[in-house]
Design a protein around this ligand. Structure first.
Ligand SMILES: [Fe+2]
Ligand SMILES: [Fe+2]
Length: 302
């Protein structure tokens, strides 16, 4: 975190940052996102125009509908078409859903266990955000969905280092976060934050991703960062999916103060989460079957 680094460490960190900055192997977000971002900002844009743009990409459109109907967003009505999705959810939520669908695709190809952990985290974020009456619960869920994006980036861009980190976690019994710091001088939260920023994602997503292990560091979205931080801990504690880690992260006292939850709130939240996780499990399995790659995702891998 903020302890001073030796000059060698600092150098190594800069080199890694440079390597990751190029993100050669990482797909950039589809062009549709930047077009959509412009559309969202244009007051004259119609639902039809937006629907037409999204439907050009059939797979993305289908994923978006599936995501919109999945448990972690928890919209009250069934959403059956793109146009009704746009009318019901609004442009901003649609944009968030497209970002999720695109990043998700990247994650499900890479690491299904991590992907499941991310889905679970999004469910908890959604329940927490609604309980705390946050104004944009979908954004917080999305941040939960992609909070460990940096792990995917490290794995893709620095595969050897990523293997060493996994080995360190196993042999020394340390957290992945600590192992990343030891080997790289940085961690996946920081990497995820850079990446989200380089994709021009809104700060409401960038901050909770970048600070999900240290929400006290978030300057403009501390609440969203605290929610993702706590959701990450809850979902790991429940043993749902895993983040390529052996430890449940430690709860930061500042985050806990910010959330102001009482034990009775926690009971209610957990009950709600368990219920929703059932639906998500179904969603997750469905995607796995569609991908046809269940065999390539055994937990023993990487
Ligand atoms: Fe993490
Ligand atoms: Fe995580």
């Amino acid at each position: 975190m903020s302890q001073p680094l030796s000059p060698e460490r600092e150098q190594r960190r800069a080199a890694i940052r440079e390597a990751l900055r190029e993100v050669k192997n990482l797909p950039t977000l589809p062009g549709i996102i930047s077009k959509l971002t412009k559309m969202v900002d244009d007051p004259d844009i119609t639902t039809d125009q937006m629907g037409k743009l999204i439907s050009k990409d059939h797979i993305l459109a289908a994923k978006l509908l599936k995501l919109a109907n999945s448990a972690f967003y928890g919209f009250p009505q069934r959403i059956s078409s793109l146009s009704s999705a746009i009318i019901l959810l609004g442009f901003n939520v649609i944009k968030i859903l497209i970002i999720s669908a695109s990043i998700f695709e990247l994650m499900e190809d890479q690491d299904v266990e991590l992907w499941e952990h991310s889905l679970g985290c999004a469910v908890v974020c959604s329940v927490l955000a609604k309980h705390l009456e946050i104004s944009d619960p979908e954004e917080v869920s999305t941040a939960g969905l992609i909070h460990d994006l940096g792990k995917v980036a490290i794995k893709m861009e620095l595969p050897k280092e990523s293997e060493t980190i996994t080995a360190l976690v196993g042999s020394r019994g340390i957290s992945r976060f600590t192992a990343e710091h030891e080997l790289l001088g940085l961690d996946h939260a920081e990497v995820g934050g850079w990446l989200a920023k380089s994709w021009n994602l809104p700060v409401k997503l960038v901050e909770p991703i970048a600070w999900h292990h240290n929400p006290a560091g978030a300057s403009s979205e501390p609440m969203a960062a605290a929610i993702v931080h706590f959701a990450d801990i809850i979902i790991r504690g429940l043993g749902y999916g895993h983040g390529r880690d052996i430890w449940v992260p430690t709860l930061q006292s500042k985050a806990w103060e910010l959330l102001r939850l009482r034990p009775t709130d926690l009971d209610k939240i957990l009950e709600n989460v368990e219920e929703k996780l059932w639906d998500v499990k179904g969603f997750s399995l469905e995607i796995k079957m569609e991908a046809g790659g269940v065999g390539s995702t055994s937990p023993g891998r990487g």
